[in-house]
Design a protein around this ligand. Structure first.
Ligand code: BGC
Length: 853
């Protein structure tokens, strides 16, 4: 038996983490059961740091417990396993991790900035910093760097690769992430030049729907420390300080995450001035997240629009950058505009992704490039665009082969695959995977174009699907930190984190049910998927403060009156407090949008989510051994559930409704008493009949409806899933979508919006969990209950869980169904096939027949 897929704190061979007792994870291959493991750790000089010895345990993880780890230590670790016969296997391939700079005094570098006094109203060219040094004979070299802004370093003209838009996004006033790069191969003997370009990034550049600027500060700044470990054992350090040269006369005349770049390739920076020393009150820390990196490379086809314009079509909507190589005369221009769609006349448009009034249009998503003589190589460095199409206006002929689009997203390991006999569903699934990639740029965004905000509701809705498609734990840990950084003093979580770019009037929506609840629901989902108690422990206080804030809203009615009909007695048990979104974005013919939706409380949704939240909090508190807290949350859940039951007994919030969301939510969250439940189940089917079995839910309930229907009758769930009419999941691929749309009508809507909003793809979790029946059920155990139905003749899902790769496939046959199930080594599964008794199976691949029709 052998250990595979070694990870340190969910990361693949991370450099620069700050865990001094990291968790080491692996999966098992070749064998049935792991009875013992042994981990050994060495430093890079092969000194033993830890030998765990043979530990009798079936757990596929351990916590480092060797020689105390200090800054910069490089650890190489391996695992060997004993199988069910107590036979030891081979040592695993080695994995590594390296600690970063843990203490303030590890940093000798000083923060530096450009030599000018920034005027918040102006935009500035990119800062160019340079220093030179003569390197001794080196064994290895590391660059530790960060910025308030975004930076890109190069050594001797070679880019230091590994993170696009470094250092990523946080609330820089509270937390700044630094990166650690292995630059050993870039250092040359003799003279070296280290250069760094720095742009505004999220720090000073456009953030949010309106592209608000200067959100975290006005003075961009850089911190960099290069450490050369020499063969004689000494360390040579090169640090940012006042001796660094500076100018802002390089080729990048303007750069902004959302707006794009203006390049004059004829320029080279003179570095004629000097950097200024400055300060920043926050000690940089590691992100302990996967980096934001380049991925798929796409080729273009050329289109000529009816008005004669030239458009590159990359065939797939992505979030990413553009690269081109052209031959030109000096001064020739190329203007590029990035967009997601062509309008009804077949012309390029950016209207669906922009917010505009007479003063502001955001984002611009454009590159204006002035060529130098000869060969011009361009790759976007300081922006990401959401696009499938690029409008090209060029003074040189456009050869599509010269252009490559590169997808950029956080480098999470892909863990989920699905396909079935329904091609439209397969396309919908692929579109969801793309939208998930496109919306993970160090933070979970709503869309990679218009707002690019870390909307908590979208992330919360999508989290179970994200945990299925990707190894999401490290990303979620980072986002939870962002949520906690933004938490209000009274415990209220924000609806968006990090907060930069949120209009002040939008702050009133903090606490919104389903959005701010992300601060509790995301850690809970991560625990459920990965068995990770630590994310609960680390955030427990913040979660409790939020839960208590929410309890405090029970019995409050503000800014409007108590809902009519409920009466004072039961009004105390509901929350009618504050502004919130409610269900949000139901189809217009189900619930027409009214501006009052924005400015009023939504007692039904809010009270429901209080019950739901309290129930998760009760489980979390019990799990962590906080029994008094658990009792408090259980009591609050009971109180809010009673309030809810009285609320839906009033006329205004009656269960006698065609609004599917109003029935799905209480059924999914189990909020109703028995007669109410029976009524709501029937009423939901009637509501679907009345709506032609199309999807009528909004933002919050769309991920729940198939579970609720499957609970009533599985065939109802399939009937809705297979609906190809509008609104419905499959109407998107039917119209040619390559990503998930914000509006069901997508580009065909009266006012098209974003075409890359992943939240409606949250239904994909159901395809794994119910349709193919894969559920993680505690450590090293699965429940596998495939549930074929509808017109499907085949479905298959593969999921690389925390405990290894599990697969479930079914095919319809003449006699029933054939099921193929793969259970990873060292795991067991309770397999329940339709119409059969549960069976306990050990690791292995099984083909099982069922006469189920
Ligand atoms: C965003 C969403 C978000 C919502 C809040 C939109 O503008 O794009 O996805 O959750 O506002 O209602």
């Amino acid at each position: 038996m052998k250990a595979i897929r070694l990870k340190t704190e969910y990361l693949k061979n991370p450099l620069g983490i700050d865990f001094t007792a990291p968790r080491l994870f692996w999966n098992c291959a070749d064998g049935v059961r792991q009875t013992a493991h042994q981990v050994i750790c060495h430093d890079e000089n092969e000194n033993l740091l830890w030998d765990s010895g043979k530990i009798e345990s079936g757990s596929m993880h351990t916590i480092y417990a060797g020689t105390p780890l200090h800054s910069r230590v490089h650890v190489v670790w391996q695992v060997r396993l004993w199988d069910e016969n107590d036979v030891p296997g081979d040592w695993s391939e080695p994995a590594v991790f390296e600690l970063g700079l843990l203490h303030a005094d590890d940093w000798r570098a000083q923060w530096i900035t450009g030599d000018y006094i920034p005027d918040p109203k102006r935009r500035y060219p990119v800062d160019c910093f340079k220093t030179t040094f003569v390197a001794g004979e080196i064994k290895k070299a590391r660059l530790y760097a960060t910025a308030c802004g975004v930076y890109q370093a190069a050594l001797n003209g070679q880019p230091v690769e590994g993170f696009t838009l470094a250092p990523g996004v946080t609330d820089y006033r509270k937390r700044v992430q630094y990166q650690t790069y292995d630059i050993t191969a870039l250092v040359q003997s003799g003279e070296n030049a280290l250069t760094v370009q720095m742009a505004d990034g999220w720090y000073r550049g456009c953030c949010g729907a309106w592209g608000l600027r200067n959100q975290y500060g006005t003075e961009t700044k850089l911190l960099a420390q290069l450490e050369l470990m020499l063969t004689d054992g000494t360390v040579q350090t090169v640090c940012t300080d006042g001796s660094w040269q500076w100018s802002n006369d390089g080729p990048v005349r303007f750069a902004d995450n959302k707006d794009g770049e203006r390049i004059d390739a004829r320029r080279t920076p003179t570095y004629s001035g000097h950097a200024k020393i400055t300060t920043h009150p926050v000690q940089p820390t590691t992100s302990d997240n996967e980096p934001l990196t380049e991925h798929e490379r796409l080729a273009a086809k050329i289109l000529h629009t009816p008005s004669g314009r030239t458009v590159l079509d990359f065939g797939q909507n992505i979030a990413g950058i553009l690269q081109f190589t052209v031959q030109a005369k000096a001064g020739q221009r190329i203007c590029l505009r990035f967009g997601e769609m062509l309008d009804e006349n077949g012309e390029f448009t950016q209207k669906n992704i922009q917010t505009s009034n007479e003063k502001i249009t955001s984002p611009l998503q454009q590159v204006d490039y002035v060529c130098k003589a000869g060969r011009n190589d361009y790759k976007t460095a300081f922006a990401i665009f959401g696009f499938q199409h690029v409008l090209v206006e060029s003074e040189i002929p456009v050869d599509p082969a010269a252009f490559t689009a590169i997808a950029v997203y956080t480098d999470m390991e892909r863990t989920g695959w699905f396909s079935s006999s329904n091609e439209l569903l397969n396309k919908f699934f692929d579109s969801t995977v793309w939208s998930a990639k496109n919306n993970h740029a160090d933070l979970p965004t709503d869309c990679p174009t218009r707002e690019r905000h870390g909307w908590a509701g979208d992330a919360q809705i999508f989290c179970p699907t994200a945990c299925t498609l990707f190894d999401y734990a490290a990303f979620a840990r980072k986002y939870e930190r962002d949520l906690c950084d933004a938490q209000h003093k009274n415990g209220c979580f924000t609806q968006i984190a990090p907060v930069g770019g949120v209009d002040s009037y939008m702050n009133a929506m903090d606490g919104s049910a389903g959005w701010s609840d992300a601060g509790v629901l995301i850690p809970w989902d991560v625990y459920a998927a990965y068995g990770d108690r630590k994310i609960l422990e680390e955030n427990y206080d913040a979660m409790c403060r939020y839960a208590r804030y929410k309890i405090g809203t029970l019995g409050k009615w503000y800014p409007t009156a108590m809902p009519t009909g409920i009466g004072l007695k039961h009004g105390k048990d509901i929350s009618n407090y504050g502004q919130s979104y409610g269900e949000w974005a139901e189809p217009e013919d189900v619930k027409a949008f009214a501006i009052s939706e924005f400015v009023s409380p939504h007692p039904e949704e809010t009270t429901a989510y209080i019950v739901y939240l309290m129930e998760q909090m009760e489980k979390i508190a019990r799990l962590l051994g906080h029994d008094a807290d658990a009792a408090e949350f259980a009591a609050a859940a009971k109180r809010a559930r009673s309030g809810y039951q009285h609320l839906v007994a009033t006329k205004k919030h009656s269960l006698d409704t065609d609004r599917q969301a109003k029935l799905v939510r209480p059924l999914y969250m189990k909020l109703l008493n028995k007669p109410q439940t029976a009524y709501a189940r029937k009423r939901l089917i009637k509501a679907l009949d009345n709506y032609g079995w199309r999807l009528g839910t909004g933002f919050l309930s769309t991920p729940f409806i198939l579970d609720v229907l499957a609970d009533i009758d599985l065939q109802y769930a399939y009937r809705l899933l297979e609906n190809e009419e509008l609104p419905g999941w499959l109407c998107m691929p039917k119209q040619g979508a390559t990503t998930i749309w914000e509006n069901w009508e997508g580009p065909n809507a009266a006012a098209p919006a974003s075409l890359d909003h992943y939240s409606k793809g949250a239904v994909c979790d159901w395809l794994f969990r119910v349709m193919c029946g894969i559920q993680v059920d505690g450590e090293n155990h699965f429940t596998i209950t495939p549930r074929p139905g509808g017109h499907f003749t085949h479905a298959e899902a593969a999921y690389v869980s925390a405990y290894g790769r599990v697969e479930s496939t079914w095919h319809k046959t003449e006699n029933g169904f054939t099921f193929t199930i793969t259970i990873p080594a060292n795991c067991t599964a309770t397999v329940i096939l339709p119409g059969q008794a549960p069976q306990e199976l050990a690791a292995g691949e099984y083909t099982l027949e069922s006469a189920y029709k």
